[in-house]
Write a protein that binds this ligand. Structure first.
Ligand SMILES: O=S(=O)(O)CCCN1CCN(CCO[C@@H]2O[C@H](CO)[C@@H](O)[C@H](O)[C@H]2O)CC1
Length: 490
């Protein structure tokens, strides 16, 4: 039921920023071209093509390595203020360390950044979006805390090389997600099977790595470059399945968002108390000598606290949480002590995990403000997938237009009614690209790419016109927008 204000025109203030996002492994291709080193995704999917739905991988993807000018044209076409893209660590440092700097890789990102600036678009760089150099995985990858120092060296090179042009830096994209690559959830590389231990070692190193990059910027670059450094955390909203499941919902968000948000954004720092207590208790039951959750020294707690100029949030959907336990023994899933489900009646998308539940967006934004105070938030991903296969079905993407309209309305309420400090919004994703283990079967793009056509032409979907209008006018038009957008297209 749409409330009265749900078909009013909504306005975002003039300095609100609109952008669109992508990620290197999902869009670039050229997996081994011009000296690029192997990433853990290249390695895993070459070794296990059966891990993806269609046995495809990101070797070519949307070939943005060669077609980035077309991509920038699209960002411009959509009147976006900024483009959030990621730099492939192994494209810059094939061995993962400073022993070899790949000049052609450095040049590619310089060209992309210059193309964006020439079109009046701000580059927003994600330093790490899951594609770890395989050479570092051979040393243990994120489970080896010394990788934090390699990340610091990589960050130093990025700040030095691009920092005069790039003013928006995101250190890590979704540590909660990429650390599942160490807990046996094969949907993410490196596909290491150490549930209950691997994901916590990964998270520990990731937080130290993030903090190293932030302090480095603070000490060496900020005065001259005057940019901002933040981190991107993804979070579902967790709503209690019944009145008795309130604690389970709070535990779920403390585990899955608080795991990284508490150490960086809370006053006390450190992992959430409920996480430290539950993992310690379960570890004791398993006759372990110490908790499976690594312990920060007070010095490390202080070092990590406050290491972000903004809170990057990726949000897509809501889950139910209910009392109970699920997941492997041991595993972070089981440590969290909540059974996560969805309501089959919630409108669906092309992804099993993504239901259209817009009010959860407003609830989550309020939870973050209540938990961490008036931290400046930017939505660094929000989007909708479909599995259409006909060109018309793909281009006339009403489901995506409706999703954006409903989520933007809820975000508008969080900002202007509830007073949550959100200063920007990034749509996921620029063009159809490689959706990890769902490969090219789930499309999140605002533009269509026909992956069986070698020209990989980008074609506008209805949603790109809808969102482009909003980025230009800062107005979410009242209902009926869908008729306008389709008339423009047809
Ligand atoms: O499908 S399955 O049920 O077998 C496994 C679910 C895996 N989830 C999917 C959503 N992702 C958070 C969002 O992940 C983000 O969102 C985008 C869309 O997924 C990705 O393309 C981006 O790279 C990523 O930053 C966390 C991992």
């Amino acid at each position: 039921t749409l409330r009265s204000e749900d078909n009013e025109e909504l306005r975002f203030d003039d300095n609100f920023l609109f952008g669109v996002a992508s990620a290197a492994y999902q869009i670039e291709g050229a997996w081994n071209e011009d000296g690029k080193g192997e990433s853990i995704w290249d390695h895993m999917l070459h070794e296990h093509p059966e891990y993806t739905e269609d046995r495809q991988n990101g070797d070519v993807a949307a070939d943005s390595y060669h077609r980035y000018r077309d991509d920038v044209k699209i960002v411009k076409e959509m009147n976006m203020d900024f483009y959030r893209f990621s730099i492939s660590w192994p494209r810059i440092l094939p061995n993962g360390d400073l022993s070899l700097i790949n000049a052609k890789g450095v040049e590619y990102y310089n060209n992309l950044i210059d193309e964006l600036l020439a079109n009046g678009i701000e580059p927003m760089v994600t330093m790490f979006h899951w594609d770890l150099p395989y050479a570092l995985q051979e040393l243990g990858g994120w489970a080896n805390r010394h990788i934090a120092t390699y990340f610091r060296d990589y960050a130093d090179l990025l700040f030095k090389t691009y920092g005069n042009k790039v003013k928006w830096w995101i250190t890590l994209n979704e540590p909660q997600s990429f650390c599942r690559g160490y807990s046996g959830d094969h949907f993410l590389a490196p596909g290491v099977e150490h549930p209950g231990v691997g994901e916590y070692l990964c998270g520990h190193t990731a937080l130290l790595a993030h903090a190293h990059a932030y302090h480095l910027y603070e000490e060496t670059y900020r005065a001259k470059q005057k940019g901002e450094v933040g981190i991107t955390l993804n979070s579902f909203w967790y709503t209690p399945k019944t009145e008795n499941d309130k604690n389970a919902a709070e535990r779920a968000i403390q585990f899955w968002l608080g795991w990284f948000a508490n150490p960086v954004f809370s006053k006390e720092g450190n992992y959430p108390q409920v996480m430290r207590e539950r993992v310690a208790a379960n570890s004791a039951k398993e006759k372990l000598r110490r908790s499976r959750l690594p312990v920060f020294t007070q010095e490390e707690i202080n070092y990590i606290k406050g290491t972000a100029d903004f809170f990057g949030l990726n949000h897509y959907t809501t889950n139910y949480a209910e009392e109970g336990e699920e997941g492997k023994t041991p595993s972070a899933d089981r440590d969290a002590g909540a059974i996560i489900t969805q309501n089959a009646s919630w409108p669906s998308s092309g992804s099993d995990w993504l239901k259209v539940t817009p009010t959860g967006f407003r609830d989550l934004l309020n939870w973050i403000r209540n938990a961490y105070g008036d931290v400046r938030i930017i939505i660094t991903e929000n989007g909708f997938s479909d599995r259409n296969t006909t060109v018309d079905g793909i281009l006339l993407d009403d489901g995506r237009v409706t999703y954006f309209e409903e989520y933007l309305r809820e975000m508008h309420k969080a900002i202007y009614t509830d007073g949550v400090k959100v200063f920007g919004y990034t749509a996921w994703t620029l063009i159809d690209n490689f959706e990890w283990l769902h490969s090219y079967q789930e499309r999140f793009g605002l533009y269509y790419v026909n992956f069986s056509d070698p020209s990989l032409t980008r074609s506008a979907k209805k949603s790109s016109i809808y969102l482009g209008e909003i980025a230009l006018t800062h107005v979410v038009p009242s209902q009926g927008v869908q008729l306008i957008a389709s008339s423009i297209l047809l």
